[in-house]
Design a protein around this ligand. Structure first.
Ligand SMILES: [Zn+2]
Length: 237
């Protein structure tokens, strides 16, 4: 299905780690592989992208048990947790992070988000949970972006839940780089508190635009590349 990070029938590298010492993969990723992956034992080899002959040492619970993995189907997440740091601004006003559930701007975005996922993807609204995030996550610069992806620390691994951190800015070297970002293509949908465990969205001027960002980054998170490139993981304004 994969050879040196390239899906069968494909031309671009996928399933690599950019933000943490952990990567995730989804199969199939191309029409070169049957849509139905037969259940059974499959082998995973961990390597270094720029040096295909060098093998990375798997670490951590998932990796230790994943040299032989059992294929199984996973549904896209319909449960969503929104993480709101103190000082977050939505529609120009500061949100009370402890009362995000009743914030009209956030409610409108979630209602539209699930309307879109239902109509376009058949993903119906699941449970929506709100969590107050730590204050350092209200603006993300450089390595703080990894903290943002890991905002789900403490959640139980193995459950399915899309964690979305709302923040005021995503920066590198102080310069804004994106209005939305996914840690990988795909991210890790059921392993929490790591630098691949959620997506980050910067609320902007309109709810509809933010929903587009949420759906776009969710697409990356569940394994979709752009149709015109394979590397960009961030949406810019
Ligand atoms: Zn993108």
């Amino acid at each position: 299905m994969h050879d040196k990070f390239i899906p069968a029938g494909g031309t671009k590298v996928t399933s690599t780690a950019a933000f943490d010492t952990i990567a995730s993969a989804s199969v199939p990723q191309s029409q070169g592989v049957s849509e139905v992956v037969p259940a059974g034992k499959w082998k995973v080899r961990f390597g270094v992208e720029n040096d295909p002959n060098r093998q990375a040492r798997p670490q951590g619970d998932g990796a230790r048990s994943s040299r032989a993995v059992t294929a199984r189907s996973t549904a896209a997440p319909s449960n969503v947790t929104i993480h709101v740091p103190p000082g977050l601004k939505v529609d120009g006003t500061t949100v009370d992070s402890t009362k995000a559930a009743t914030n009209p701007g956030i409610k409108e975005r979630l209602d539209t988000f699930f309307k879109v996922t239902s109509q376009l993807l058949g993903i119906e609204r699941g449970t929506v949970t709100f969590r107050a995030a730590k204050s350092s996550l209200v603006d993300l610069d450089d390595n703080e972006i990894i903290d943002g992806f890991a905002v789900s620390t403490g959640e139980t691994d193995g459950t399915q839940n899309l964690h979305i951190l709302y923040t005021n800015s995503i920066r590198q070297g102080g310069q804004p780089i994106a209005i939305g970002i996914s840690p990988g293509i795909p991210g890790a949908a059921s392993l929490f508190g790591r630098g691949v465990s959620g997506i980050i969205v910067v609320p902007g001027s309109t709810g509809d635009d933010d929903v587009l960002t949420m759906v776009h980054e969710m697409g990356h998170f569940i394994g979709l590349n752009h149709t015109t490139s394979s590397t960009a993981r961030a949406r810019t304004r």
